[in-house]
Design a protein around this ligand. Structure first.
Ligand code: AMP
Ligand code: TRP
Length: 337
């Protein structure tokens, strides 16, 4: 039996944070042991909002290094840069032409970002989820491990594959595109901001103190946790909707220390914030230390990193090109001579 295929990606829009790690990348590391895995740095997604070119290039390489530092092994996974494979943009165009505009206008992330960017909303931002569908569908991915915020985008990818490509251009018993399944691991699927337990931790929050980056040095982690929002109650607990910060920080403690949720809740049930925060700080610093050490080694060897990306591209491109050719033929584009 061939191994099931997995594809996922993160935008190189800034330092990766605990949400990216716990919601996505940490799960990739496990999946690569049992699945055929493709992980891309989605730089074309990163240019859907205004950006600085030099920073983007730097972040792209750094994001790839952070994948590896987190444990993605280039010997068993293909790691590549989205824009290095033209098929992503090409399939995106083909899918654009069959995707109804009103499906796009419903996308929550688009609506949220559109509000934030006011007059400066690009067509690319509206089209973001179609490009994401192209990323996934090109690889006939069975599973797409992401955080909860990406669920709606995955539904869209499924709908495009099923209703707009397979049913219009395919034959019944031989679908043109694989319809992917989301894989959202409950623990860590939504890490909340340190400055407001009701907002998700996000790279785009202007307040740096709202997130912990994987590469933050220990003293900065300490400072951020010290300043993290709390409430006046003593004792940490889960499942109290009026205490989102307690929920989030306790959950982070459990994930960072590897102590299961129940034990963590018991351990901290009578603890004041002043006792709890140093425990969370130590657990976080210890959990990130091996990642930071590996990152420092990797980023000093750009040639090796580039070789990994070239190898990843070669493997990925072969799969992507064959899917693209299949879809082009199915929609009636004349074959190259
Ligand atoms: P992004 O930073 O938007 O490129 O997201 C990359 C991956 O991290 C996606 O799979 C997201 O679902 C996941 N992710 C982003 N923010 C969070 C968060 N606060 N909690 C859990 N997962 C997240
Ligand atoms: N939209 C995703 C996010 O912000 C990133 C992404 C782009 C992605 N293409 C993808 C995730 C393909 C999984 C699969 O998190």
């Amino acid at each position: 039996m061939p191994r099931k295929r997995v594809l996922s990606g993160v935008q190189p829009t800034g330092a990766l944070h605990l949400g990216n790690w716990l919601g996505a990348i940490r799960n990739w590391v496990e999946l690569q042991k049992t699945h055929e895995t493709f992980f891309c740095v989605v730089d074309l997604h990163a240019i859907t909002v205004p950006h600085d070119p030099a920073t983007l290039a730097e972040n792209t390489l750094s994001t790839a290094a952070q994948y590896m530092a987190c444990g993605i092994d280039p010997k068993i996974s293909s790691i590549f840069i989205q824009s290095h494979i033209a098929a992503h943009s090409e399939l995106c165009w083909l899918l654009n032409c069959v995707t109804p505009l009103n499906w796009m206008e419903r996308m929550i992330q688009f609506k949220e970002k559109a509000i934030k960017h006011g007059d400066n909303v690009s067509v690319g931002l509206l089209d973001y989820p179609v490009l994401m569908a192209a990323d996934i569908l090109l690889y006939d991915a069975d599973l797409v491990p992401v955080g909860e915020d990406q669920k709606q985008h995955l539904e869209l990818a499924r709908d495009i594959a099923q209703q707009r490509i397979n049913s219009k251009f395919g034959v019944l018993d031989k679908p043109l595109l694989k319809v992917p399944e989301p894989l959202i691991i409950k623990e860590g699927a939504k890490v909340m901001s340190l400055s407001n337990g009701r907002n998700k931790m996000s790279k785009s929050d202007p307040n740096e103190g709202s997130r912990i980056a994987l590469l933050d040095p220990p003293d900065l982690i300490k400072k951020k946790i010290k300043r993290a929002k709390t409430d006046p109650k003593i004792g940490l607990e889960f499942d109290n909707p009026s205490r989102p910060e307690a929920e989030n920080l306790l959950s982070l403690f459990s994930l960072m220390s590897g102590i299961d949720k129940k034990t963590a809740a018991e351990k901290c049930s009578e603890m004041g914030w002043g006792t709890f925060k140093p425990l969370l700080t130590d657990a976080t610093i210890a959990a990130l230390e091996p990642i930071q050490n590996r990152y420092k080694e990797l980023i000093q060897k750009p040639e090796e990193l580039n070789q990994v990306l070239a190898d990843g591209r070669a493997t990925a491109e072969e799969v992507a090109q064959s899917t693209l050719d299949r879809i082009k033929a199915a929609v009636g584009l004349l074959k190259k001579i």
